[in-house]
Design a binder for this molecule. Sequence first.
Ligand code: AMP
Length: 212
Amino acid sequence: MNLILLGPPGAGKGTQAKKMIDALQIPQISTGDILRAAVKGGTAMGIEAKKYMDAGQLVPDSVVIGIIDDRLKEDDCVKGFILDGFPRTVDQAASLADMLEKGGRKIDHVVSIEVPDGDLLARLTGRWMCTCGASFHKIFNPSKVDEVCDLCGANLYQRDDDKEAAIKVRLENYHNQTAPLIDFYNSRSLLRSIPGTGSPDDIYTAIMAVID
Ligand code: AMP
């Protein structure tokens, strides 16, 4: 099953993708995670991408399309994949369709997780992450010990782009550049919209129902 999780920053795409991996036995592919790993590793791509990411801007299409093209050729994607944070522009979506077609593959479902802007700012400013992939929230999902991961005990950190100024840019970019993908996929009969305002378990149940 080849899936795309679509939604604004803070909609819970990463949280849901992690819940889906076990049930579906297919990998999560997050361009944000891949880019953050490149930044941490100090690669040429990471150094270039960091400028955009810290400002809340999108990294150029050519960079992320190259990342996805390479990643989808890996063996663990043979049975399917969950794209989280890609595509984010219509050009990225068109490139994705081309690269899948070349390999005789296609997208099965695009799950759009809908959350009003008013909720997103609070969600993102309170978000604390762990390098193990876990994610917490100061108010909605606090860790047992402040700023320490419940799962692995490491210190939690806040993403540089979860600061208010960058969040505003990210939401603006979402509306201008990514939201048009809702029509793009709706016109191809691939869009499955679900409300992203309930508990993570409720949202997970809704996702599994629309991709059944
Ligand atoms: P995310 O973890 O998905 O919120 O992504 C963090 C940041 O990485 C974004 O704000 C962008 O700067 C960059 N990024 C991730 N995915 C993409 C993409 N598909 N296109 C462009 N930039 C991206």
